[in-house]
Design a binder for this molecule. Structure first.
Ligand code: APR
Length: 245
């Protein structure tokens, strides 16, 4: 592993444009459960609660689970070492963009600035009728479902549900970054969800070197990964950070 870390450090230092594609795995050590795998959320909850059509017809029922998963579980999660290293790399000009599937806001809280949130962000809620945007911090989640003060509609968290389109800006910015990437880090993602998982594939297509950080093998590993650093993000990224000095 040491040799691979060293090689990764060298590639990142030589790269003119490096991106990091992150999934739920980077937030596992912040206490945010992943969706798949042994302790995955989808083993405990029915993904239907995040199906757009089902939500519009059963908002009150869905909100019981949405509150528990995203506003109780996630609420006090803090960035871990992995998020912090990516923010430091950006500050040192060694990382040009983070493209994240995560909705937990932890990259921003760690200090990253160029973060394309492919699936939106749970810290905002929106009225589906009048588009009034609310900060999660201003909502009293004791009373659910939360309602729009203007028209009484059930508010929807501002992250995408199954069957919902990807935010256009995030989509465009992510693929624009992937087209420019010389190195693409893939951190903590099964690669099972599209179109998000097309982002690192687009980077590979344009000739980027793919460095994957994940304790497990994934769909990416044998298809596009050049260097697989088999380990936890919060253990591997500090080692890469040392190799960048
Ligand atoms: N460090 C790095 N990777 C880890 C760690 C860790 N400490 N712990 C787990 N992982 C890896 C797992 O091995 C797995 O490959 O993180 C990945 C988590 O996979 P998923 O839960 O499927 O997360 P992700 O790929 O981000 O899911 C994509 O699915 O349900 C949707 O919208 C949701 O954004 C999510 C999307």
């Amino acid at each position: 592993m040491e040799l691979l870390i060293k090689e990764s450090g060298k590639l990142i230092k030589q790269s003119k444009f490096t991106i990091a594609f992150t999934g739920a795995g980077i937030s596992v050590e912040s206490g945010v459960p992943p969706f798949r795998g042994a302790h995955g959320l989808w083993n405990k909850y029915d993904p239907q609660v995040l199906d757009l059509r089902y939500f519009y017809n059963n908002g009150a029922e869905c909100w019981k689970y949405i509150r528990e998963i995203f506003y109780e579980f996630f609420a006090d999660a803090r960035p871990n070492k992995a998020h912090e290293v990516l923010a430091e790399m950006e500050q040192n000009g060694l990382l040009q963009a983070v493209i994240t599937q995560n909705i937990d806001n932890l990259h921003f809280e760690a200090g990253s600035r160029v973060v394309h949130e492919f699936h939106g962000n749970s810290k905002k809620l929106k009225c589906p009728k009048c588009d009034h945007v609310y900060e999660a911090a201003e909502i009293n989640f004791e009373v659910i479902p939360p309602l729009c003060v203007d028209d009484g509609e059930i508010l929807k968290p501002d992250f995408i549900f199954f069957g919902e389109g990807i935010p256009q800006d995030a989509y465009a910015n992510s693929f624009e970054a992937a087209e420019k990437a010389e190195v693409c880090l893939i951190i903590g993602s099964t690669g099972e969800v599209t179109p998000a998982s097309f982002v690192p594939r687009a980077a590979k297509q344009r000739g980027a070197t793919i460095i994957e950080i994940n304790p497990e093998e994934t769909i990416f590993t044998h298809q596009i990964t050049d260097i697989h650093l088999k380990g936890k993000a919060s253990e591997v990224l500090p080692k890469i950070s040392e190799a960048l000095i």
